[in-house]
Design a protein around this ligand. Structure first.
Ligand SMILES: [Zn+2]
Length: 138
């Protein structure tokens, strides 16, 4: 029985094809691909934003158009960069390899789960999944 206000997920307790995403499970129905799949849990560590402006870097609008025309990158690299910023600008959360960082700043209370089937990331704050948003039924 779902508590009032709890996100509702199609769950059949007798089914082995669905399991509500939960903080204490290593296998649940992925909110992205909707398949029952193993999940890898990740801790989050922090490092200071390295953008010279001192704020998070975003490339959008005219800056993105400029990047699309930038002859300084081979076309495949350019396409990869544009695809990256399109995903970021769309509000997507995903894993990406960036530069190596060394940090002991641990982000307590925030974890990520990653679906082994589709590699989609879910963000958990205080043990509750906050991304992707699960739309209430109806
Ligand atoms: Zn998935």
């Amino acid at each position: 029985m779902a508590a009032s206000g709890e996100r509702t997920f199609v769950t059949d307790p007798s089914s082995d094809t669905h399991a509500h995403p939960a903080f204490d499970r290593a296998r649940f129905t992925c909110p992205a691909c909707h398949e029952l799949a193993d999940q890898v849990w990740l801790n989050a560590y922090a490092s200071q934003v390295s953008n010279p402006a001192g704020v998070p870097l975003r490339i959008a609008g005219a800056g993105l158009e400029q990047l699309k025309q930038n002859p300084g990158f081979p076309p495949p690299v350019r396409d990869q960069k544009v695809a990256y910023w399109n995903r970021v600008n769309a509000g997507e959360v995903f894993l990406d390899r960036w530069s190596m960082v060394q940090t002991d700043l641990f982000v307590a209370g925030l974890e990520l789960s990653v679906c082994r089937r589709c590699m989609a990331v879910a963000v958990w704050l205080g043990g509750r999944m906050v991304y992707p948003a699960v739309n209430p039924p109806g």
